[in-house]
Design a binder for this molecule. Structure first.
Ligand SMILES: [Zn+2]
Ligand SMILES: [Zn+2]
Ligand SMILES: [Zn+2]
Length: 240
């Protein structure tokens, strides 16, 4: 047996009594109060970075945060490519994406029910009628301090809100959020590393009525149609 299995990752003493394990298999004594990284789910042993909205982030995740516009552009291209692979080939070319702190997201979305979950993104659509045509101006607000993988998952979700707004599609909240999370799911599936797999696991066990249960309802519909084309999934959702 390796030492890692029998000693605490924090104090290096032998593991006895109650033991806690993170999603990565790292084990510690339950009496230590060790923060868990909001992004990757690892115990943070060492320096902790805390965001103003209370997320604790490990050093590894902090080094892959999306901040600069060049990083944003890089992720944007990948997200658009994944959505095209899944049938969304008419996403507006111009979508304003801003990286903002949580107060801005809360202020823009005051109607959001008092969920304690941190909101990673928000999409707004201003509708105008110009020469009898409906014109949408889309803005996406992304929460600060998201790693590349997390940012990609959130952006895929928000872009599917943009697409629904653009197509003037109105669904119930659980179906709408569930549909958007299909984008997140396909994004993580295409990244396919241990962090992305961990995010998929979290989505599969999320008990939120919209983001968890709603997502799995939409995924079941996609599975029953044997398709990964989101336009076909939407056609079906519109008949329910
Ligand atoms: Zn210990
Ligand atoms: Zn981390
Ligand atoms: Zn959403």
């Amino acid at each position: 047996m390796s030492g890692a299995d029998t000693t605490c990752a924090y104090c290096r003493e032998v593991l006895t009594g109650n033991v806690l394990q993170d999603a990565w298999g790292t084990r510690v004594h339950s009496h230590h109060h060790i923060p868990m990284c909001y992004s990757c789910g690892k115990w943070i042993i060492g320096d902790v970075f805390s965001t103003e909205d209370g997320r604790m982030i490990c050093k590894d995740c902090l080094s892959s945060i999306v901040m600069k516009s060049s990083q944003k552009k890089w992720v944007d291209t990948r997200v658009r490519n994944v959505l095209i692979l899944h049938g969304i080939n008419n996403l507006p070319l111009k979508i304003q994406v801003q990286i903002v702190p949580s107060q801005i997201i809360k202020r823009k979305n005051p109607l959001k029910e008092s969920s304690t979950a941190i909101q990673l993104g928000l999409t707004c659509c201003d509708e105008l009628i110009l020469n009898n045509n409906r014109v949408c101006r889309h803005s996406v607000f992304m929460l600060t301090h998201q790693t590349k993988i997390q940012f990609a998952g959130t952006l895929a979700h928000e872009y599917l809100h943009v697409w629904q707004n653009q197509m003037n599609i109105k669904l119930s909240q659980d179906m709408s959020e569930g549909f958007c999370n299909m984008g997140t799911f396909y994004m993580f599936q295409s990244i396919d590393n241990i962090v992305a797999k961990n995010y998929i696991q979290r989505m599969m066990s999320d008990q939120d009525p919209n983001y968890g249960i709603g997502f799995r309802k939409v995924k079941e519909i996609a599975d029953s149609l044997h398709t990964d084309n989101l336009k076909l999934v939407m056609n079906k959702l519109l008949t329910i």
